[in-house]
Design a protein around this ligand. Structure first.
Ligand code: EPZ
Length: 420
């Protein structure tokens, strides 16, 4: 397995482009299964998870055309089988996103039940109960979700017990072809849900209220193809801003979308960074200063994203003062803490809160990535540690960060990938 070797102590300085959002690209690729004619998805990030979704389509016999910019044209009408096999789903939980579209368009779907995951049990009970409320017959047997509907899904009023991003997305994709009106109450408000809804509207869907907790859908008979470009990745954006702040450096990010990053931008100002932005760019300058420790609590959008919590923990590890970081979305999202301790961080977990007492200097150490965002936080810790930090199992990083070492090298970091 590849490793990253990072020689710490360099102040990041430079400009990079932000890639398309993984968590928008995945549901939008799934949504292409709903259209009668080809859909072209643009601004896709070059990530392992995107490749996995394309492999899943290949497995189902769906024809894809990929151009040199990695824009993908999907011909859903060529589909041969309505099964998402365990071999692929076990590598990417987001494969569950094909459940709603397959059921709504073809009346049947067999999707492997996603297993557990490092950050939590991550059940999909709300995906299933929402589709059942729309008239789907669903059994879970032999590790597969087997869903069918005789004629057509029926619109329903669905109240989500918990705010779930992919749960909202699965039900939204099922509702657009259902007969009648569907109301999704306590819906996820994430920008990626809004991006999916906007793509579906471009295909001819009738959706209102996306981005609020109450989404209303009027089902239509069919959806047409379109060309759609996914929105920039707000978590990648936040990760590079935090990396620049941790090193006392400066970064300008382009092709991003500042208006969906309020929680992160305001928190970075609290940490002492100078942060300016325009329509599609953000500039952070730490002016060589040591960041101030910050307190934060993760929660569904527009609050602080759970996907940026580990990265802020790395910032707090070398900040002035003590910061408290509380995780309220997932039950086990502190695996990076033990790894940071090995680098000399003064961090302790108390229930769902990690208390970080900033130290002057971290020390390089061999560390292991356990999940996508934890790995990013270890890279940030490596950027500020004295010596060469080796981050192992970086396949986690390759799932969510396009060309991470090239982008960091563009910012002046001393980082290189060592093939296994
Ligand atoms: C999405 O995961 C993202 N993944 C995650 O990003 C992100 O951390 C998460 O939303 C929260 O923002 C994609 O969009 C592909 P949830 P998702 O359903 O939809 C509970 C990353 O790093 N729940 O919103 O799987 C669940 O256990 C990844 O890019 C149920 O109880 O998360 C959790 O506690 C990691 N029953 C809470 O809801 C269900 O049926 C929120 O999970 C569904 C969820």
């Amino acid at each position: 397995m590849d490793k990253l070797i990072i020689t710490g102590g360099v102040r990041l300085d430079g400009e990079i482009r932000v890639s398309g959002a993984k968590n928008s690209a995945l549901p939008i690729l799934a949504a292409t299964l709903l259209a009668d004619s080809p859909v072209t998805v643009c601004n896709l990030p070059h990530l392992h998870d995107i490749t996995t979704m394309c492999e899943l389509f290949g497995c189902m016999g769906v024809e894809l055309l990929v151009d040199e910019k990695m824009n993908v044209e999907v011909h859903a009408s060529t589909i041969k089988q309505l099964v998402a096999p365990y071999e692929l789903v076990k590598t990417m939980r987001a494969s569950i996103l094909v459940l709603g579209p397959l059921l709504a368009r073809f009346g049947y779907a067999e999707v492997s039940l996603p297993g557990g995951c490092a950050i939590g049990s991550r059940p999909v009970d709300l995906h299933i109960s929402g589709l059942q409320a729309m008239g789907a017959d669903i059994v879970v047997e032999d590790g597969y979700i087997k869903a069918s509907v005789k004629d057509r899904l029926k619109g329903a009023h669905i109240l989500m017990d918990t705010v779930t991003v992919t749960g909202t997305e699965n039900i939204l994709m099922a509702a657009v072809l259902a007969d009648g009106e569907t109301i999704i109450e306590n819906a996820a408000r994430e920008p990626e849900v809004v991006d999916l809804a906007e793509c579906l509207i471009t295909m001819g869907a009738r959706i209102k209220g996306h981005g609020t907790g109450m989404i209303r859908v009027q089902g239509v008979e069919r959806l047409d193809g379109c060309t759609y470009s996914v929105l920039p990745d707000r978590i990648e954006t936040g990760t590079y801003l935090i990396a620049a702040a941790a090193t006392g450096g400066r970064v300008r990010l382009k092709d991003t979308q500042p208006n969906i990053l309020d929680a992160i931008l305001f928190k970075l100002r609290e940490a002492g960074a100078s942060v300016e932005w325009g329509d599609d760019w953000i500039e952070l300058d730490m002016k060589g200063k040591r960041p101030r420790a910050v307190d934060l609590k993760t929660a569904p959008y527009p609050a602080m994203p759970t996907d940026i919590q580990a990265q802020f923990t790395a910032l707090n590890a070398i900040a002035e003062g003590t910061g408290r970081i509380t995780e309220t979305v997932f039950e086990n999202r502190f695996m990076h803490v033990q790894e940071m301790k090995r680098m000399g961080a003064d961090v302790d977990v108390e229930g769902n809160t990690v208390i970080v007492k900033g130290v002057e200097q971290l020390k390089a150490a061999p560390v292991m990535a356990t999940d996508l965002r934890a790995s990013a936080s270890l890279v940030i810790a490596g950027l500020v540690a004295e010596g060469d930090t080796v981050v192992e199992r970086i396949y986690h990083i390759d799932r969510g960060y396009e060309c991470i070492e090239e982008k960091l090298q563009q910012l002046g970091a001393k980082i290189r990938r060592v093939p296994a």
